[in-house]
Design a protein around this ligand. Structure first.
Ligand code: 5AD
Ligand code: SF4
Length: 472
């Protein structure tokens, strides 16, 4: 395996932070604190990227707002996985015409996976003149430099060159909340599932050094975070590019060894790389949540093959049986695509059958969305949107029924949960998660946020459990 991880030198990142100081001087206003709005679409990796963007913006002296009219700078961090997300982004960026008209000095940036696609960068260039800065995921580490260029040269800047990607340490982070934290352990994807745009826009798999990850995890624990989610497109191939003899299971053990009361979660796992060693390690690590998000995508072997998933349905089911033999209480969730080009009624029925067999605790279901440049985009796709929608509805009904049944099994039981926030409603004012990640609504004092407590489950529905604290 090639040792291919490209790293950005730490002096480079220090230079970017210095540029933030320069920007702070340049942007300073004596009248008021300048404000930034960061709008994030898509997956958790994007949320984690937005934390870096906010980190840089905070270094530049910005405060934060959710209101586009009061924002001096707006950063829209986009997603390219499905057309729906792209349409929402384009609609919302188009709507910023109003704010820019009201305040022409406003700076508008669009970044992330969507603009890493050539045709999308071009579209923004031609049709959205209000956008000042466009940069892809590979350029995020030099956001300060790019922004300075916009301000000094008073020109629109586009930084979306093709790149395999790099790893940059030391970018300042600004996390939302004090209980749950994302921790990126690797970037990119090498799998090239035939429907997926991610490998084209996020580049090759690159792992962070284990010491850097452990140091960040220690810091999070010291800051009081209780729920740490390790992020990567396919965490099970962590370390393959590093030549350090540390795989994902080893990394889990290293983080589990950090003293403190906290939970380790991770996503996403590819079934082809989920090993017995991983399941055994999860079972042995007391801080590792009993939750496995293992996207199956389809229950039909022909479809799995044309999706380039590299496993069949029997192997998937066997892997889950193995995982459950180590952790009988394991919560299993999945992603499924319906309406892949050429998927027939019978092939879709295999997916339904697999769901009935596995009984997922929750399923994230999507209608196939054609992505420019992927192999699936040129496959014959004879079925209509209505036919696909009918399959989607049938799958949703199955998913909801099974989730509801699984949730009902919790009723009357006492479970340990981490209270993570307020719901804004009177009756059940707090939200919390079980070790396996199921949502539990509670009534209680907000001072419980950030604490592990025991609750008795009194009611449930498809989406959530409802509970009472043990002492009332
Ligand atoms: N169309 C629909 N769903 C997709 N996903 C990825 N690419 C596509 C696509 N082109 C889904 C997969 C993946 C999840 C993050 O998004 O199920 O696991
Ligand atoms: Fe896309 Fe497949 Fe990589 Fe997941 S594993 S990001 S679905 S190519």
């Amino acid at each position: 395996m090639a040792k291919s991880t490209k790293t950005i030198d730490s002096t480079e990142i220090r230079r970017q932070i210095e540029l933030c100081g320069k920007l702070r001087e340049k942007l300073r206003s004596d009248e008021r604190r300048l404000l930034a709005m960061v709008d994030t679409y898509g997956c958790q990796q994007n949320e984690a990227d937005s934390e870096k963007i906010r980190g840089y913006l905070a270094e530049m002296g910005f405060g934060f707002t959710q209101d586009e009219f009061s924002a001096d700078i707006i950063v829209v961090n986009t997603c390219a996985v499905r057309e729906h997300a792209e349409m929402r982004v384009l609609g919302n960026v188009g709507a910023l015409n109003h704010t820019k008209k009201a305040r022409p000095d406003q700076i508008i940036c669009v970044c992330g996976c969507m603009v890493q696609q050539e045709h999308m960068a071009r579209k923004i260039k031609m049709s959205y003149p209000i956008v000042d800065l466009v940069f892809g995921p590979h350029e995020l580490w030099r956001f300060p430099e790019l922004l300075l260029e916009v301000l000094v040269r008073h020109k629109r800047v586009f930084a979306t060159e093709k790149d395999d990607g790099s790893v940059a340490e030391g970018i300042p982070l600004r996390r939302d909340g004090k209980v749950k934290a994302w921790l990126s352990i690797m970037y990119g994807c090498n799998n090239f599932c035939s429907y997926c745009i991610v490998p084209y826009v996020r580049g090759r798999e690159r792992s962070r050094q284990p010491e850097d990850i452990v140091r960040e995890a220690e810091q999070l624990v010291a800051e009081g975070y209780k729920d740490i989610t390790l992020l990567g497109q396919n965490v099970n191939s962590y370390g393959k590019d590093l030549d350090r003899g540390v795989d994902f299971a080893d990394l889990l053990r290293m983080i589990d060894a950090i003293p403190g009361d906290f939970l380790i979660r991770f996503m996403t796992s590819h079934p082809k790389d989920a090993t017995e060693k991983l399941f055994k390690t999860m079972a042995e690590c007391e801080k590792c949540a009993r939750h496995l998000h293992l996207p199956v995508q389809s229950g039909n072997d022909r479809i799995l093959k044309v999706m380039n998933r590299n496993y069949d349905s029997a192997t998937y089911i066997k892997k889950l049986e193995l995982a459950r033999s180590y952790m009988p209480d394991l919560v299993v969730t999945t992603d499924i695509i319906v309406g892949f080009p050429g998927e027939t009624d019978e092939e879709f029925n295999d997916t339904l059958k697999l769901c009935e067999k596995v009984r997922f605790d929750a399923m994230f279901t999507f209608i196939y969305s054609k992505r420019v440049g992927t192999p699936a985009a040129s496959m014959p796709d004879p079925y209509t949107r209505e036919e696909k929608q009918a399959h989607f509805d049938a799958l949703t009904e199955t998913a909801n029924r099974i989730s509801g049944e699984k949730h009902r099994e919790y009723e009357g039981k006492t479970v340990r949960v981490l209270v993570d926030g307020e719901t804004g409603r009177d009756e059940y004012n707090l939200s919390s998660r079980t070790n396996g990640g199921r949502l539990v609504h509670l009534k209680g004092d907000p001072s419980l946020i950030g604490q592990f407590i025991k609750v008795r489950i009194t009611a449930s529905n498809t989406w959530a459990l409802y509970g009472e604290t043990e002492n009332g």
